[in-house]
Design a protein around this ligand. Sequence first.
Ligand code: FPP
Length: 281
Amino acid sequence: MPHTKSHTTLQVSASGALGPLTPEEALLFEKLDLGRLPRHVAVIMDGNGRWAQQRHLPRVAGHRSGTKTARSTIETCARLKIEALTLYAFSVENWRRPKAEIDFLMQLLREYLRKEMPLLQKNNIRMRFLGRTDELPKGVQDDVRDAMERTAENKGMVLCVALNYGGRAEIVDAINGILSEQNGNAGRFAITEETLAQHMYTSGLPDPDLLIRTSGEMRVSNFLLWQIAYAEIFVTETLWPEFSRARLLEALVEYQKRERRYGGIREGQTDTAAAARVVGE
Ligand code: FPP
């Protein structure tokens, strides 16, 4: 059948884009419907500290190992042609950590941006940073600006790194942005969901369809509060440094099993006759 044939060709060429697959990855990949992938995947990369602790290593070793997972996740999503990937790298609350750990994380990010630039370019990835980046150390700000400028013309996946990010801070910033635009405007104005969305750090991007959180905590942790209104949430016990490509494919397969109703009801489930009986017809 021509339909089956073209579907098979698509599967084969896409799995080729991922490079050689392990038997486990191949099995998961076969279950994926490439026509129904999430447009935007957001990730709370949690568990670096615990991963290190389990190995009697300093916490920072967990963060370093976590960058390898970030690399494979970024590359896999880009090759699957997912439109946007957002990684939660540093929250506004993370300033409460010991200074040495904060300094290490900032250095790691700078190193990452320098070292991974060829990979980002090769995969046609455009970088954005979500958060109050103007409060970051000067060197980090320079590297962030440089990474955005160098990838600005890329047309593939948008990679957002949430840095000094807080969901509540973002909403406050969006409202202040709207108010400053309205300055001097004597007329009355109303804020709509659209205006607010346009002033979020993520303006122009689709809302995440899938939110992944590693290491088992059942929390949203002030991440993309506005944008995840209808996201499917996938929580795995796997610690971030161990979140391999197979685990990512597993999350995507799981996402495709979910039925997204956006507050409506399942297709074909209207029962007008029963409803009429209930209201006493
Ligand atoms: C959470 O683990 C992780 C972070 C706060 C930092 C995430 C940063 C990276 C993975 C590295 C850099 C990222 C990029 C995008 C290059 P945790 O320390 O809270 O772990 P724990 O809950 O086990 O203590």
